[in-house]
Design a protein around this ligand. Sequence first.
Ligand code: HEC
Length: 200
Amino acid sequence: MTSLKRFFSLFVIFSFSVFLLHCKSKKHTDAEYLNFASKVMQDTMPKMMQKVQEQVKAKGYAEAVSFCSTFAPEFGKNKNVEWTEKAREELGAKTFRLARISMKNRNPKNAANAKQAAIFSQWLKEGGQPTVYRDNEKIVTMHPIQIAMPLCLGCHGDSATLDKKAGQVIQKLYPEDKAVGYKMGELRGAFVTEINTTSF
Ligand code: HEC
């Protein structure tokens, strides 16, 4: 009987250790979260910019604005579904979300929150660099997005570079637009992922 008891308690200790080890194995390093986020970024941003570029070439900036205003959110939604699956597999994520945000946002849904605004201020002083922070259970990554090509300026530039017609369409579609006045190389915003993990 006693040996049975001992066997039972050993079994409980063993199972608990396995359980703890399992939980531990689900934790990932900041570098792994950033690495995952940059894979998502590479899979989304160039494709999106290529689409916009095609539209600008074919129809001009003004027409491309309306295209962008429906395409960007839709494309984002689809990519979210695709990458949520991978975040579950690779990071044991409960939920996953990708977004583009800015301190001078065009779409009101893309506004930076207070924490993200603080990171932007730091980036403006020290240069943008991939960043990870915790927000309750969420692990949030931020990668800088720059005005990297003259193409961006047609819809985000200053009085010298912003396409006039595009500016009018933007005002109609986004009356609270703040995303103009940029010059080449300036920090435009951030590519963000929010990962909610099952580990504790
Ligand atoms: C044809 C016009 C057009 C061009 C060219 C363009 N954008 Fe935009 N951009 C938009 C519109 C419209 C939105 C708002 C999309 C939405 O409603 O989600 C936007 C949104 C964004 C956002 C999301 C944050 C926000 O302000 O809502 C970022 C970041 C961004 N653009 C960066 C760029 C960069 C970098 C380039 C150049 C590589 C670029 N854009 C080129 C029209 C354009």
